[in-house]
Design a protein around this ligand. Sequence first.
Ligand SMILES: CC(C)(COP(=O)(O)OP(=O)(O)OC[C@H]1O[C@@H](n2cnc3c(N)ncnc32)[C@H](O)[C@@H]1OP(=O)(O)O)[C@@H](O)C(=O)NCCC(=O)NCCS
Length: 181
Amino acid sequence: MQPEVHQNAGVIRQLRPSDLPRFRAHLLRLDSESRHDRFNGAISDAFIDRYADRSFHEGATVIGYLEGEQVLGAAELHERTDLPEPTGEIAFSVERHRQRQGIGAKLFHRLLAHAHALGYQRLHVTTHSDNRAMKALAKRFGAELSFGVGETVGTITLDPNGWPDGFLLEPGPDLFSVTHL
Ligand SMILES: CC(C)(COP(=O)(O)OP(=O)(O)OC[C@H]1O[C@@H](n2cnc3c(N)ncnc32)[C@H](O)[C@@H]1OP(=O)(O)O)[C@@H](O)C(=O)NCCC(=O)NCCS
């Protein structure tokens, strides 16, 4: 018997202040492996609670992938004011049942455009150095994610001359179609 196929449209857009509870619920729903990869270690629900609040109150840019009222994926850009060069810390999360469907790539694209627009020269990603999905994402957009020996912070250097041809984004939300099998 053929599997039943449903089409659902998701949307990728910057999260609003009122989206904080949806962002928090998304991070709390990550399965344990994804949570570990996202935060580079074992962390508690209470930590996620505080982390989501801090992200929204300290001015991070958070792009979400939403289906209806639920945030199922997120890309974050936090400013590292402690570093001399304009540097952003970036992070990505897609819930397990939506992984490997191109959502991470869309989020990455959108976040890089924001980072360029804000004039960041470097982006840091904290994860383990064999995170293959993260490496594949960086490579796909012409960036190399490099780690020093034993380090958990990867660095992406942005081209100060701008965004490569063909990568300009239209303002406003992107519609995204997901096939459910
Ligand atoms: C990293 C993450 C956001 C990627 O999201 P995604 O929606 O699955 O990504 P995509 O479907 O757009 O795939 C992007 C690329 O990664 C590759 N990829 C995805 N998951 C992979 C995996 N588990 N192993 C190897 N490659 C993988 C895809 O094949 C694709 O490669 P391509 O560009 O060469 O085709 C998601 O896997 C995730 O949430 N992981 C847990 C949290 C995490 O590790 N965050 C990153 C550190 S902050």
